[in-house]
Design a protein around this ligand. Sequence first.
Ligand code: ADP
Ligand code: MG
Length: 334
Amino acid sequence: MTLSRLGEFGIIERIKNVQINQSSDIHISIGDDAAVYKINSRKWSVITTDALVEGVHFDLSYTPVHSVGWKLMAINISDIAAMGGIPRNAVVSIALTKSWSAKKVDLLARGIADCCKQYSCDLIGGDTVSSVSNVFLSATVTGEVEPKCCIQRSGAKTGDLICVTGVLGRARAGLDILSSSQRKSRGEKAVNHFLYPKPRVREAQILAKEVGINAMIDISDGLASEIHHICSSSKKGCIIYGNKIPAAKELEILSYKEKKPLFFYAMKSGEEYELLFTISENNFEKLKKNKIFKNNLISVIGKISNKEDGMQLLDDDKKMSLPTSGWDHFKKNQ
Ligand code: ADP
Ligand code: MG
């Protein structure tokens, strides 16, 4: 079978099927935003790794090298946050082409350092090698989580409200503006969101520790795809209200041109690094009193249902099945 048919998640499933020897200290293995293993009864360790490949994840003709360094760390830190964890240490492997200058290396290092500093994560090692054609970057970040704050994708309960932080679609709009000849100053906020994503570590801590939530994931491949992950891990269904999805204003031109609703783009936009979580109605009352709710950072976009109800999207009064589409490295992405 070709990889384009198998897809990214089919490949991961095959790797998962051959793994053996899971120690009893491992609390969460393959299948969540990060793995978690037990240290002692008060503290568990979180670990994740993510890579960025030139030509796949970034294009240096319109992406500043500094932002690539920032992103490399941010995408990993976001996965630690999605488990309810706090980032601690990082190691970074870089494969650079011989044509790179010392100045570019400095910019990359500065981007990595700036993001690490922002999230109190220490860079403590890595590896440096050459690459024949494209630049390849990979980071591994470790963190800590209190056992009661460790939130999995699989914890959603029937009746939970489905919520999201921030606004969705800015990354898509930012990428469109950056990669086209449009005036960058028009969509500065969107461009900045795309180049410098800000993982929601603090908000995830509040949700996991002070409020109490049942399931969480960060939005790296698009809201539609992440909802599927939560529902399939939790063995649940859901209903999503299209008009409740907080869509970025910057998508308005695209939506007008292509005659599709704003939420359609917001739902598919990857690299948002917002949090998608589910919460009981009782704890939602608690959340309403919290500053992150009062600051308009949280939107309720749907409800968890039983598995038999399927995953549905409500657009005005029309019910349809929720699209599965999200970013897949091996399938044709629309
Ligand atoms: P995320 O989008 O949160 O970074 P991914 O979709 O990349 O998560 O990965 C989903 C799960 O599969 C994670 O638990 C990840 O650690 C695991 N995974 C991905 N690739 C591999 C691999 N090559 N070997 C083992 N586990 C993998
Ligand atoms: Mg993730």
